[in-house]
Ligand binder design. Structure first.
Ligand code: SF4
Length: 442
């Protein structure tokens, strides 16, 4: 029987131009990792930065099923180095799966290692508790709750609206657990602010700015659920835009401002830009027309796929094509029962979408699908997509980027294995180091 070790080594052998770091990272992101209790954090009272649950759960079990990891949070991210594959520094977002063949535990010498099939494959570094997490807002809320940071501190992740107005089976995207995640944190009695007040966000940003003495914090993302009617009396562009306006007025140019929102009409997109946002993520989720209609029923009904794409192109006239970076959820293309049955078909479809945007100067990016158990697609596909799909996607992504003479998108930190900090897919790990001539994949 093929072990998971066999699987990754087979892929490393067949795709030698993909860094081994990316192979392991993609496998960890699609299938999760387990933690011995000794590798968990002491929440906000310890020396390790805990998982903040910054938007979705990104876990393979619900909170009540996580055991100790529900009481003592796992770390937000881990960093892998060394081991039999000689891994360069690789930052990986933590997705918990108690049944994963990957386990983080003490190797007996007091060092934490990542074990695969019971064999140590990399040393594990944990993110230190940032000084700014040790300070609270005047009303007692934690900075981790109001303005968590990810990507090893690079990005302040401001989910200012914790639920989505696409609600229920006929509207929610079929891979998204934002609304469930809200419910489970509330049920567990955790603080989880539905709509974050602007003054709280500013106060938390002030604390980050003051105590980020290493200068790691470089960008913020404003995001949350879609607004189909109004929140606080405001439609989507003004609801999210007012946070950017307040941040830019208080801290002009301190961070690169980004927003993840729907593909909105041009006037609304212009308002985002006027509010001070510099990077726009109107996520197209999945390229294939049939799958978009099935997986994103709310977006299809309210906007429609063709209009969504047209608005993405229109927004490039306002932000500039380099600064329009729509995301897709890599792997849902292969989710049963509606997805593609073969990796070839799934890659062909995804590549068509990449070429559509990249030939127009727009660089999409992707997050690796985590099949959360409370979502329709997660329920029917607990193993996620085949690892080969994810590896071949890295290959076609880089090739399409190079064919269109594009380079890594702005606002993601440095590219290249050993340098990248983007933690929820390895597209940045598998791009060439900045300034180095792009090599053509063999
Ligand atoms: S639009 Fe879809 S992916 Fe985005 S928060 Fe709503 S349900 Fe989730």
């Amino acid at each position: 029987m093929q072990t998971r070790t066999d699987l990754i080594e087979d892929l490393m052998g067949r795709f030698p131009h993909i860094p081994p770091e990316a192979v392991i990272k993609e496998d960890l992101l699609r299938g999760g990792m387990a933690f011995d209790d000794s590798a968990l954090t002491d929440n906000e009272n310890g020396d390790v930065k805990p998982k903040s649950y910054f938007i979705f759960s990104f876990d393979h079990r619900t909170l009540p099923e996580l055991g100790t990891a529900a009481l003592r949070r796992p770390p937000e991210e881990i960093v892998l180095t060394g081991g039999p594959y000689g891994l360069r520094r690789t930052v990986v977002s933590v997705r918990v799966n108690p049944d994963s063949p990957y386990r983080v535990k003490d190797d007996g010498s007091g060092a934490l290692q990542l074990f695969l099939d019971d064999r140590p494959i990399a040393y594990v570094g944990l993110p230190p508790m940032p000084e700014y997490y040790r300070h609270r807002l005047a009303n007692g809320k934690s900075v981790m709750e109001v303005a968590p940071t990810i990507q090893w501190g690079y990005l302040v992740y401001l989910t200012v609206f914790r639920v989505c107005q696409y609600f229920g089976a006929k509207e929610e995207c079929q891979y998204c657990d934002i609304n469930h995640n809200w419910r489970q944190h509330k049920a567990a009695g955790r603080p989880y602010t539905g709509v974050k007040p602007i003054d709280e966000v500013l106060e938390a940003m002030e604390i980050i700015d003051r105590y980020d003495t290493a200068g790691a914090s470089r960008a913020y993302t404003l995001t949350g659920g879609s607004v189909t009617s109004r929140v606080d009396g405001l439609a989507e562009a003004d609801f999210y835009g007012r946070y950017a306006k307040a941040i830019e007025e208080r801290f002009p140019g301190r961070w690169i401002g980004k927003v993840v929102a729907q593909a909105l009409p041009k006037d609304d997109v212009q308002r985002f830009h006027d509010y001070g946002i510099r990077i726009y993520h109107p996520n197209y989720e999945v390229w294939d027309k049939r799958l978009f209609e099935l997986y994103c029923p709310g977006k299809e009904r309210y906007v429609g796929r063709e209009e969504w794409h047209r608005r993405i192109l229109d927004s490039a006239e306002i932000f500039g094509p380099r600064n329009v970076i729509p995301n897709f959820v890599a792997g849902v293309e292969m989710a049963a029962p509606f997805g593609f049955a073969t990796v070839d078909e799934a890659i062909d479809s995804t590549a068509e979408g990449l070429q559509y945007f990249m030939s127009r100067g727009i660089t999409p990016r992707f997050t690796t699908w985590c099949p959360e158990p409370t979502t329709p697609l997660g329920r029917t596909n607990p193993q996620g997509a085949p690892l080969e799909y994810h590896i071949r996607l890295l290959e076609v992504y880089r090739a399409t980027m190079e064919a269109n003479r594009l380079s890594s998108p702005p606002g993601y930190g440095p590219p290249g294995a050993g340098n990248a900090v983007f933690s929820v897919s390895s597209f940045m790990d598998s791009l060439p180091v900045e300034g180095r001539l792009a090599a053509t994949p063999a």
